[in-house]
Ligand binder design. Structure first.
Ligand SMILES: Cc1cc2nc3c(=O)[nH]c(=O)nc-3n(C[C@H](O)[C@H](O)[C@H](O)COP(=O)(O)OP(=O)(O)OC[C@H]3O[C@@H](n4cnc5c(N)ncnc54)[C@H](O)[C@@H]3O)c2cc1C
Ligand code: FES
Length: 279
């Protein structure tokens, strides 16, 4: 089945490769059943899919790879419950189903030509990576690129080798932090991710900030961005909510009058600042 025929219908895919990340987290590379390109899937950075395994369940998972790399579709999964446990039991070549792509992703067209500040916390790097790699693949279409990534300790750094590879590039500024470093092995900043703002000299007026991480990170990063003079219109964030249908039917993901699955998961700050339960 061609995914473009009916985006509500799950279609079969196969696991091409699984790459261990950190404890209980794996990157799955998915291949179309006919081995074809994912270009016809038509996904945008920041969108998600519903992943299902018959008899086990279904869960929304962010697409972690950009449309500029259409050979495989990558998802980075944390083992938490029914579906993800079953997914971790599958081997290379196994069949599962996906439907999508769903949701409003990052506003790529609006971000073109702008300086970008990408701020990720923990597993938030998984969806943000789709935008990060997109920008790196089309580097001349964007202005300065700054990445801030924070996680709780040095053992929990996702996409470690990719992050290390940026050391060899001059077209991205990167700042990495860990909350704690009990063994004293971390060479970069130790402290919460907001501490990285004191190291990066950001030009605030022409920069768009894109955030992806836990709600607690949003609270402090937003405070910092506004104090630095970022305009609210230039701040975007991806929100995670309990989702079931993924297509605006079940009401599980309501935020105020909006549905996170359809109106988000990416929102401009001005759209949600007045909704108390949003963050
Ligand atoms: C838009 C979106 C994108 C997501 N992207 C990813 C991703 O890229 N990688 C990834 O690993 N996970 C992602 N998730 C979270 C994932 O969908 C949930 O963890 C899901 O519950 C896993 O299904 P399960 O059947 O394995 O777990 P379940 O058996 O459903 O639940 C396991 C446990 O997690 C709790 N839980 C369920 N949903 C959430 C949630 N949204 N937040 C916090 N706790 C929850 C349950 O209450 C339960 O305690 C995303 C969620 C959304 C809404
Ligand atoms: S998940 Fe069902 S309405 Fe959003």
């Amino acid at each position: 089945m061609d995914p473009q025929t009916n985006i509500y219908q799950p279609f079969p895919v196969r696991i091409l490769r699984t790459l261990p990340q950190i404890a209980e987290h794996r990157l799955f590379q998915l291949q179309m059943e006919d081995g074809g390109s994912w270009e016809r899937f038509g996904h945008q950075p920041g969108q998600f899919i519903e992943v299902s395994i018959f008899g086990k369940g279904e869960a929304p998972i962010s697409i972690s790879s950009p449309p500029t790399r259409p050979d495989v579709l990558e998802i980075c999964v944390r083992r938490t419950g029914n579906l993800t446990n079953a997914l971790f039991e599958l081997e290379k070549g196994s069949r599962l189903h996906v439907r999508g792509p769903y949701g409003r992703g990052f506003p790529v067209e609006k971000l073109k030509g702008r300086n970008l500040l990408l701020v990720a916390g923990g597993l938030g790097l998984a969806p943000l990576r789709s935008l990060l790699l997109y920008v790196l693949d089309r580097r001349d279409e964007f202005g300065d690129l700054t990445l801030m990534y924070g996680t709780n300790n040095p053992d929990n750094v996702l996409f470690k080798y990719e992050l290390l590879s940026f050391f060899d590039r001059s077209d991205i500024r990167y700042f990495y932090s860990v909350d704690r470093d009990q063994e004293g092995i971390w060479k970069q900043y130790v402290g919460v991710v907001t501490g990285l703002f004191d190291q990066a000299e950001l030009s605030t007026s022409d920069t768009c900030a894109v955030l992806c991480g836990p709600p607690i990170m949003y609270r402090f990063v937003l405070e910092k961005l506004l104090a630095l003079g970022f305009s609210k219109e230039n701040i975007y964030m991806s929100l995670e909510r309990m989702m079931k249908c993924g297509v605006g039917k079940c009401g599980h993901c309501a935020i105020g009058e909006m549905y996170c699955c359809m109106d988000g998961p990416v929102f401009n700050y001005t759209e949600i600042e007045h909704i108390k339960e949003a963050i």
